[in-house]
Design a protein around this ligand. Structure first.
Ligand SMILES: Nc1ncnc2c1ncn2[C@@H]1O[C@H](COP(=O)(O)OP(=O)(O)OP(=O)(O)O)[C@@H](O)[C@H]1O
Ligand SMILES: [Mg+2]
Length: 158
């Protein structure tokens, strides 16, 4: 399902939260350790819902929640597959944007996690790109009804 780097993006209509979770689950079955998933979309777009499905697809343990009090939460692998590190970059940077988000991300040492984990970053586009040369990006748009529209692409830095 994930397009090759540089190939046309995939668009998917997601009428319900269950559809968004299933979409995440499909992604989770394709992603491998070292993959970075960057999620964009407004508040309540369904980024965390997608990560819930992602955790299911990867088969990792632990309940996915909005990382409100922690910036990153690790879900250990339950078998041979990769672990999942779930980051919310919205909470990096401080309320007034005064903190250096890139430096905060560096402090999380995510590049060492990538040897054995998939890293998913909410609000990660344009912020967490430095973690990898080849990210998977999902942008979630909200329609007037409950439907979300996901645009999925694989990016590559030149
Ligand atoms: N089609 C849909 N896909 C995803 N979520 C939906 C959909 N329709 C309704 N919802 C609801 O929208 C909300 C999405 O919340 P979620 O926490 O996943 O968003 P988020 O993008 O992570 O928000 P935040 O920016 O605050 O982290 C949930 O309450 C969910 O039930
Ligand atoms: Mg969220």
């Amino acid at each position: 399902m994930i397009p090759a780097a540089g190939a046309a993006a995939v668009r998917r209509e997601l009428p319900t939260v269950a559809d968004t979770e299933c979409f995440g689950e499909e992604l989770g079955r394709e992603l491998v350790a070292g993959d970075v998933l960057l999620l964009a979309g407004p508040l309540g777009a369904g980024k965390t819902a997608l990560v819930r499905g992602l955790a299911r697809g990867l088969g990792v343990t632990g309940q996915v929640a909005s990382p409100t009090f922690v910036i990153a939460r690790e879900h250990p692998a339950s078998g041979d597959g990769p672990a999942l590190v779930h980051v919310d970059a919205y909470r990096l940077g401080g309320p007034d944007g005064s903190v250096d988000v890139a430096a905060e991300l560096d402090d999380l040492d995510l590049d060492t996690e990538l040897d054995r984990a998939v890293v998913a970053v909410e609000w990660g586009i344009g912020v967490a790109d430095r973690l990898t040369e080849r990210a998977v990006e999902v942008v979630l748009e909200r329609r007037d009804d409950e439907t979300r529209v996901a645009t999925l692409r694989r990016t590559a830095r030149p």
